[in-house]
Design a protein around this ligand. Structure first.
Ligand code: MIC
Ligand code: SF4
Length: 757
């Protein structure tokens, strides 16, 4: 029986630490080289200590210590888990209700509305948790990553989470990897977690943050340097004297947004700031245990002395000279220093006036973040300044909310006219009900979140989202415009005087300790077997899953091309969130959003194309349904970094359900590529990227030689042109022998089912 409680038991931590000496020593001997922190943690979690490791090449089996799932992805993960027929989850696992709460009026009203509106889903999740021995954090408990940092993360640990921002726990020195639900099912069913051994990007931090610069600026800078695909297949490891000057929660902000560069995860070495955070959150014993193995919880001295010799890529950042940054719109790697945005916006026609300013999200809602932002608001109020744009704040967890309420910080926000939203994702994931009058025209918002893809926050293509630190969000809200430099410019107050904002000051941790607030954790009952998990056959939100059919052994001839996508095609483009979040437990219904955001390369129009069966213009989900019901298999074609962003496996299951055989693109984002493999869809990349340009409306694609599918071997394809000519081309793939088994079986889950039957 796994121990499932509201925190990580010390025995789990000491169990992990007990093997560090042996595992790390053996790995050093084997490779003949010193190790980085990420490598130490990974070798300590290898399924078999002697597995051959080849950085960036080999796929290896790991044994994570924990699994965490948020409500929007947990539904599909658990529907899959249930079909494996196990009695309980094999490792401590938790469910967090945060994504399904809509932000409309304010915390209390919105929470009540969510509890009734999502009752069926919450009841399902709670009953699955009770039946299979998982921990359940109900609505209002907070955002998964914040709760994990407060309760479960620990230095040197390893976890997976069904959300791309799981790396938040890297702020506490954990290797925390975002995955699709099928990966979580592997671990919960006692199979290892299989991942390509990551490359290593080192970020050497010197100096110290000062003035308006915040941890957020570190990751905005890194994202600018590496771009949205620069971290793919790599772990970003921070170190150097500057690292020690950043709080634990600040480190978590930096690791969180490593998702935006596609990194497998990001992490910091164990230090005094982490120890302070552990103690402040009631985990003194873990801090003591970590102190005792502190030499293992950082990179080896040889690595620190000559990092360029051991990391695949190195970045240097001097925190002392790092200026406040802001990114956007539409992509997280379009960053610049704050004062430069005004001119850039004018040149591009982006609205200068701010229609809403939002503080919070899993990325930036720590006690320190809120105190820094509140210090600006207090000074503004004392000097006759008012916010000129609607301001909203989402506390990251019930513990943060209760603590900032007790310490008068929420009152500071409320006095400035801010709306306090529920402890949840809300506007970060399209769960933001804005009046039409605000979004029917081009408008600008500033947030302290992490993503800024079109339609992400409020579903409107007219909204331009810019991402920055909480203190800069508040400063811009006071100015009402993005054409404002909080350091160099002044604002006019009620009395007509010019006021310069003061430098933000924050408190790393609450002097009075954290107030836990309301207890929203539910542990599994003693008699789990009495619990019945019910899914109504008539539900439109939950649907039991039928296994996908196995590969029939034949090549794919003349596949229809459902979509040729142009430009960015993130998981938000493939399977939109917002209103569609309600169907996350119902594969058939959620397939109604398939590719609604994808841009048709032939027309430039989003979400629709020509139906290959009858030539009619229809929405992509309708075409997919039509092809599916006609028994016609298809492919989708796309550009670079396909599937960037979220971990949602719906973006892979929907195409699979509707009959996609392959996705052929210039490159993939890591989690999504794995999700496709897990569900039995072939993820292929053009060996010659120029082939993308040859594909025209009405063409078809054949994929041949599938019986000979083997690791590293290119796949032969033919572009069957509409005029009857054929153009042969090749695709690359990254399938390991195990992935090929998944493909043949129809899905990875089919293999688990066969083994546990
Ligand atoms: C996101 O930030 O995009 C989400 C919503 O948290 C997703 C998960 C999901 O789509 O449910 C993620 O990042 O993985
Ligand atoms: Fe929630 Fe936004 Fe964080 Fe995703 S990024 S977990 S939607 S707060």
């Amino acid at each position: 029986m796994t121990d499932v409680s509201a925190t990580t038991p010390i025995e789990l931590v000491t169990g992990v630490y007990a093997t560090l000496d042996d595992r790390i020593g053996a790995a050093r001997r084997r490779s003949g080289a010193p190790l980085t922190l990420a490598e130490k943690i990974l070798v300590n979690h290898l399924d078999r200590a002697d597995e051959a490791i080849d950085r960036g090449v080999s796929y290896n089996d790991l044994r994570p210590d924990r699994v965490a799932m948020q409500d929007a992805t947990a539904q599909m993960a658990l529907l899959q888990f249930m079909t494996a027929g196990l009695d309980e989850a094999a490792v401590p696992s938790t469910i967090h209700c945060d994504h399904l709460i809509q932000a409309k009026v304010g915390a209390k009203t919105d929470l009540l509305a969510a509890e009734s509106g999502n009752k069926e889903v919450y009841d399902f999740l709670e009953s699955v948790a009770a039946r299979y021995g998982l921990g359940f954090w109900g609505p209002g408990s907070g955002i998964i990553h914040q709760v994990v940092l407060e309760q479960y993360a620990f230095p040197g640990g390893m976890m997976i989470g069904t959300d791309s921002h799981t790396p938040h726990a890297g702020g506490l020195g954990m290797v925390a990897i975002g995955v699709g639900g099928a990966d979580a099912v592997d671990v919960m069913t006692d199979f290892p977690f299989n991942v390509r051994w990551p490359k290593l990007i080192g970020v050497h931090l010197t100096g110290e943050l000062n003035g308006w610069s915040a941890p957020k600026d570190v990751i905005l800078k890194v994202a600018e340097l590496l771009t949205v695909k620069g971290g793919t297949g790599a772990i970003v490891e921070y170190f150097g004297p500057g690292a020690g000057s950043i709080s634990c929660t600040g480190k978590a902000t930096i690791c969180n947004m490593g998702a935006e560069i596609g990194a497998t995860t990001s992490l910091f070495p164990y230090d005094a700031a982490m120890s302070r955070y552990l103690k402040a959150t009631g985990r003194e014993a873990i801090a003591d245990a970590a102190d005792a193995v502190a030499h293992h919880l950082r990179a080896d001295d040889e690595v620190l002395a000559d990092p360029a010799a051991y990391f695949d890529e190195m970045i240097e950042i001097d925190l002392s000279t790092l200026a406040p940054h802001i990114n956007g719109p539409h992509t997280p790697d379009l960053a610049r220093e704050v004062p430069a945005l005004g001119d850039e916006a004018r040149a591009n026609g982006w609205p200068l006036e701010i229609s809403a300013a939002l503080v919070g999200s899993c990325t930036n809602s720590s006690y320190e973040d809120i105190t820094r932002a509140a210090s600006i608001l207090r000074h503004a109020a004392d000097n006759g300044l008012r916010v000129k744009a609607p301001l909203m704040i989402t506390p990251g967890s019930e513990q943060v909310r209760a603590t900032i309420e007790r310490d008068g910080l929420l009152a500071t926000f409320e006095a400035a006219g801010a709306t306090v939203l529920a402890n949840a994702c809300g506007p970060c994931i399209g769960q933001w009900s804005r009046p039409d009058s605000e979004i029917d025209h081009p408008n600008t918002i500033v947030t302290s979140y992490n993503r800024n893809f079109p339609k992400r926050n409020d579903g409107s293509p007219n909204t331009h989202a810019f991402v920055t630190s909480p203190e800069t969000v508040v400063a811009l809200a006071l100015a009402g415009t993005i054409d404002f430099d909080p350091i160099g410019d002044t604002l006019t107050n009620d009395a007509g005087e010019q006021v310069r904002l003061v430098v933000p000051v924050g408190e790393e941790l609450p002097a009075l300790g954290f107030d836990p607030g309301e207890n929203t954790f539910v542990a599994p009952p003693a008699d789990r077997h009495a619990v019945e998990v019910r899914v109504s056959p008539t539900s439109d939100r939950l649907q039991l899953l039928a296994p996908f059919e196995a590969w029939d052994g034949h090549d794919y001839e003349h596949l229809a091309i459902l979509l040729k996508a142009q430009g960015k095609c993130t998981t938000d483009h493939i399977s939109m969130a917002g209103p569609w979040l309600k169907y996350r437990g119902h594969l058939e219904n959620i397939s109604g959003n398939l590719f609604l955001g994808a841009i048709n390369a032939y027309t430039g129009v989003a979400g629709e194309g020509r139906d290959p069966l009858d030539g009619e213009i229809r929405s992509f989900p309708d075409i997919a349904k039509h092809l599916h019901e006609s028994g016609r298999a298809w492919v989708a074609v796309g550009d670079e970094n396909w599937g960037e962003g979220s971990s949602r496996e719906h973006a892979a299951m929907e195409p699979r359900f509707r009959g996609a055989k392959a996705i052929i693109v210039r490159s993939f984002a890591r989690i999504h590529e794995t999700n496709l493999k897990k569900q039995g869809v072939l993820p292929l990349t053009f060996a010659d990227p120029a082939v993308y340009d040859l594909i025209e409306e009405g063409d078809q694609i054949s994929i041949t030689g599938l019986a000979g599918l083997a690791p590293g071997r290119p796949v032969d394809c033919v572009l069957n042109k509409a005029d009857g000519t054929d153009v042969a081309f090749q695709c690359n793939q990254t399938m390991s022998p195990e992935h090929i088994e998944w493909f043949k079986a129809g899905s990875a889950l089919n293999i688990i089912r066969a083994k546990t039957a």
